[in-house]
Design a binder for this molecule. Sequence first.
Ligand SMILES: *Cc1c(COP(=O)(O)O)cnc(C)c1O
Length: 424
Amino acid sequence: MGEPAWLDAALEHLWFPYAQMKTAPRPRAAVATQGCRIRLADGRELIDGVGSWWTAVHGYNHPSLLSAVRDQLEVMPHVMLGGLVHEQAGRLAARLASLTPGELTRVFFTESGSVAVEVAMKIAVQYWRNTTGQVRPKFVSFRGGYHGDTFATMSVCDPEEGMHALFASALVRQHVVDLPETPNQAAALENLLSKEQDIAGVIIEPLLQGASGMRMHDPATLRTIRDICDAHGVLLIFDEIFTGFGRVGTMFAADAAGVTPDIMTLGKALTGGVAPLAATIASRGVYDAFHSDDASRALMHGPTYTGHALGCAAANASLDLFETQDRIGQVRSIQERLRAALEPLSDMPGVANVRVIGAVGAVEMVNEFDVERLRAWFIEQGVFVRPLGKVVYLAPAYTIAEPDLRKLTDAVAASIKWMSNQTH
Ligand SMILES: *Cc1c(COP(=O)(O)O)cnc(C)c1O
């Protein structure tokens, strides 16, 4: 079995994400998925270590997700939420409101995480206009953070990241600061919020800063941020697009910290990797600022596919699985296995440190390495792993079988040896 007939035309016309099209290795043609396996056109099967950008938490082709989407497709693929509403979106909103902590009760659906963050930022800015009448257009975010690829979301990403630097002149300047992990850093955040009167909110990926390098922080840091936001009356946004739905070992990172944000964003695993859907959830207090006889206080946002019925059907089926299967227990046992397998690697030459939280294990190297070559090497080993920057990480489906997880961690260990042989 060779390459499929359609591949050449595809490579002639597709523009791939984050890729230097001229030099990036040829993408592999995937023809089918099942559980934690991706089948390539050449007949090989790869064990998947990243679940398609961390979305496929129940594994691929889970029968309940497929049948939920199929059933919805037969009846009504979608209707717009402008002037109409459908049961899948309504049920999903109610379930998210009851699952998320505190008074996060009002759900706005979008099709991608970046747009969910954009909506959170718009809500925060308009919240001040609707309440005190203040113009507060600015945000505080943290080094090491990632919140999306659109202009507003890029402005709150880590400024050292390539994308941010490329577009720096086109981005609104925000306050990107150190996480308040020490008393000095907390004092700096405190000073910033007391000095600047134009800050609408603080945004953070709680416990785990994912896309920019799988950095982890303590729940206490989130409590510090909550306290400082409360002291200065600034809104707190948790971007749980990656951490939500069990990834860090609790349903949401907010639960682990015992901190409730004013606005939360969800995406990625929301539909179990079956359809694009994201959500922005506002607290009752934030929502109340929009609920008015004054038409100009309405939230002015409305994506064409908001509340897409197929995505909502998949998300409802995914939440059913969280209710009927012990997904959180599975995440915790993955966490133990990742610790046992990866932590010993911290003694290997070239390894800076090893970090594990929930179903995420990351090995950070001291030096940069050739990410593309390493990605290709993993495929040769029969696994799909996508290192980021200096970090080799795993974020598999929660349903991954123990032998498959062991193959992934063995491949990560072997990759460290392979890298050190390359540099000598
Ligand atoms: C992936 C991600 C986003 C962006 O989501 P897209 O669906 O890619 O737009 C935003 N925030 C976090 C924390 C993410 O992991």
